[in-house]
Write a protein that binds this ligand. Structure first.
Ligand code: BMA
Length: 357
């Protein structure tokens, strides 16, 4: 972990001083001590069977994760989808005002926030999953017909992040090896993808001076190191190597799905560990989960043993939707398999908000 120690102070000998330096150092310290912080998408803003209505006057003390484990997650993830159009709510109905309040509240409590972004398709007007054209990325790069409009979109995302006033982990253009988003593998060339990532970084960092951002590159998993690096934007633009990998239950059933998932996690984190040393980057399991958690020992029997040997700073499970009953990736009060998540939260190597390092 010596190599990572260098990156914790920006790869130079300058003292750690900025909010970003402190956040990087904190993330590094988890990994250095063999700990993994736990994160949950959209925690604090809604849960499996509740949603905040009068959020301006709410102390934001509700959390499915806290209901089950007694503790808030160390990280909370939010999604910016919709900010690009200046919408009041994101693509999952979360008011951006609430998101800002929740992010600040969580950081004040000692937590860490991370942002993903499912922006709409700037060429067709469809959503992030509109893959009807393979010209979208090209159209928003300099010289492209949608470049000007897209820079306005980047501007709105930057305005929001700036308005938070707290350091964040940002992982734009995620799951870019699959072809389900308009920036995906078959929808643009590697060079176009890299230009998009660098253009985003340059705009935020240089044009807007938003330097308290930890940039995470997070392709979807099920690939090898060559594929992972094939669209890597470059060391200058990335602080953290992430991977998004889910468990899917196929016709062969839960047992096989769990075994397959564990193997995939181990394979991916093995090469990611090597890459993180080589490139002096932090690493994380940026998204994971088993939808509906039908496996009563998923947390302690699958996730924990698959990831615990690797120096990832955090793992984040996806959201507990309030409007899609089976779409949840953390326990909730009354869920039949909730005890296993509580056991996971009591493991010495898993860090929730109030846990001591
Ligand atoms: C997906 C699902 C969708 C959601 C999107 C963005 O994985 O959870 O319901 O709209 O993420 O949060």
């Amino acid at each position: 972990m010596i190599a990572l120690a260098l990156c914790a102070c920006g790869g130079s000998k300058k003292p750690m001083e900025t909010p970003k330096d402190l956040l990087v150092h904190r993330l590094f310290t988890f990994a250095e001590n063999g700990k993994i912080a736990y994160g949950h998408q959209d925690d604090l803003v809604y849960g499996h069977n509740w949603v905040l209505t009068d959020w301006e006057n709410d102390p934001l003390e509700r959390s499915d994760v806290k209901d089950v484990t007694g503790k808030y997650p160390m990280l909370v993830g939010f999604d910016l989808g919709g900010i690009e159009l200046g919408q009041a709510k994101n693509l999952d109905g979360v008011p951006f005002g609430l998101m800002r309040k929740a992010a600040r509240t969580h950081v004040e409590r000692g937590g860490i926030v991370t942002f993903s972004w499912h922006p709409r398709n700037p060429l067709t007007g469809g959503d992030a999953w509109d893959i009807s054209s393979d010209q979208v990325v090209k159209s928003i790069l300099p010289g492209g017909e949608k470049h000007g409009q897209f820079m306005l979109w980047l501007g709105r995302a930057a305005d929001f992040i700036e308005s938070l006033g707290v350091p964040v982990i940002f992982r734009p253009w995620h799951e870019n090896l699959g072809s389900w988003f308009w920036w995906g593998g078959r929808l643009c060339t590697a060079q176009e993808y890299q230009e998009l990532f660098r253009m985003t970084w340059l705009y935020f960092t240089k044009d807007r001076g938003l330097t308290d951002i930890v940039w995470c590159y997070s392709p979807n998993g099920n690939c090898g190191p060559e594929a992972y690096m094939s669209r890597y934007p470059g060391d200058e633009f990335v602080d953290m190597l992430g991977i998004d990998t889910y468990e899917y239950v196929g016709e062969d059933g839960l047992e096989e799905a769990g075994a397959r998932y564990m193997q995939e996690i181990k394979n991916q984190l093995t090469y990611l560990t090597a890459l993180s040393y080589e490139h002096e980057k932090l690493m994380c399991l940026s998204e994971t989960g088993l939808e509906g958690i039908p496996d009563p020992q998923w947390w302690t029997g699958r996730l924990l043993p698959a990831m615990q040997e690797f120096p990832i700073s955090y793992v984040l499970t996806w959201r507990n939707a309030h409007d899609k009953p089976g779409h949840f990736y953390a326990g909730w009060k009354g869920f039949e398999n909730e005890a296993d998540m509580k056991a996971f939260s009591e493991n010495d190597n898993i860090v929730f908000l109030t846990d001591e390092l």
